[in-house]
Design a protein around this ligand. Structure first.
Ligand SMILES: C[S@@+](CC[C@H](N)C(=O)[O-])C[C@H]1O[C@@H](n2cnc3c(N)ncnc32)[C@H](O)[C@@H]1O
Length: 312
């Protein structure tokens, strides 16, 4: 995916809010766990100079190359790492970068990936069913669609997208195998559900569910969040932007648990957990894009941002 004038462009979401949430300051050190095409990274780098550093991670090697050329002018202030953020602590240890002043996650998929047809993320264009962030990883969406048992397929679709008709979709998929392209899969889902299925395309949820499964997105998020606590310095900020309720629920529950002085099971009369809060919630409610941002970048409409601060 080399950049040309007609290449897809990713418009970063909630940039001002993320920079404010991170409290980016000159000389500080920060981690962007999902550098993508470097929109948030650029905004952070502008503010950390002079003397600051930004560790930028992405699982997608093509995206890292794009970020590399975009951020090159910041020289040694930026470290780019092609890895999964599930390995966050090991990455920080390798580059000797901790504790840090702020950690940002801008989850999901970028427009660069979504709009590059051959990556197979979208049913807007025909392409092989791939959906991997990291093309060196074995499992593709085609593998799941064509080889997983019907029940497991239904489970993946339901659990990763809250699709109510997962069993019907899984049955149609199994009956239509082999399905090798994005448009063929979209057609099968449309046949299963009918073309009139609310405001969104009937295949939207199924595609999202498969992408989440291919990349193990929810598991990686849980693993990475747990590692952030030990990486943040006192008063360091954790900022997470998510794009669907499953991700947001994981972030909300993690932040609430870490901010709580008791994590005993509900109904426990006497607290025995001895939990010491590690985070303070900065935003009790989610921060959403303004109407103006949604109008100028419709893909921002589902964004939800949460902010927490490291306690002593
Ligand atoms: C919404 S985009 C980020 C856009 C970026 N903030 C920008 O301004 O361009 C999400 C990025 O996260 C990456 N990603 C998703 N899951 C990841 C993971 N577990 N580890 C590393 N990167 C991941 C994707 O490859 C994608 O490039």
């Amino acid at each position: 995916m080399s950049l040309t004038a007609s290449s897809p462009v990713h418009t970063p979401v909630l940039v001002k809010e993320a920079i404010e949430g991170l409290e980016v300051r000159p000389g500080g050190s920060y981690i962007d766990c999902t550098v993508g095409s470097g929109g948030h990274a650029l905004a952070i780098l502008e503010k950390v100079s002079p003397g600051g550093r930004l560790l930028s991670i992405d699982a997608d090697p093509e995206v890292i190359e794009i970020a590399k050329s975009k951020l090159a002018c910041y020289g040694e202030a930026v470290i780019l790492v092609n890895d999964n953020f599930a390995n966050l602590a090991a990455i920080c240890s390798k580059y000797n970068l901790y504790p840090v002043d702020g950690i940002l996650f801008d989850l999901g998929v970028s427009s660069l990936q979504l709009d590059t047809a051959q990556r197979g993320f979208s049913f807007q264009r025909d392409a092989p069913l791939d959906m991997r962030f990291d093309p060196s990883q074995g499992l593709t969406a085609a593998d799941i669609v064509n080889s997983f048992p019907e029940q497991q397929l239904a489970h993946i679709i339901k659990e990763n997208s809250e699709e109510r008709h997962s069993r019907r979709i899984a049955r149609h998929i199994v009956q239509s195998r082999p399905i090798t392209t994005t448009l063929a899969l979209a057609e099968v889902v449309e046949q299963a559900l009918g073309s009139k299925h609310g405001k969104i395309h009937p295949a939207t949820r199924t595609f999202m569910a498969l992408r989440i499964a291919v990349n193990g997105e929810l598991e990686s998020l849980k693993l990475a969040l747990e590692q952030t606590i030990n990486l943040l310095r006192f008063r360091g900020r954790l900022v997470v932007i998510s794009y669907h309720s499953l991700e947001d629920r994981i972030v909300k529950e993690f932040m609430r648990r870490e901010a709580s002085s008791c994590i005993c099971p509900p109904g426990t009369v006497i607290c025995r957990c001895g939990h010491v809060p590690t985070l303070k919630l900065i935003s009790r409610k989610v921060i959403k894009p303004t109407l103006w941002e949604i109008e100028s970048n419709p893909r921002s409409r589902s964004a939800r941002m949460r902010i927490a601060e490291r306690l002593k």
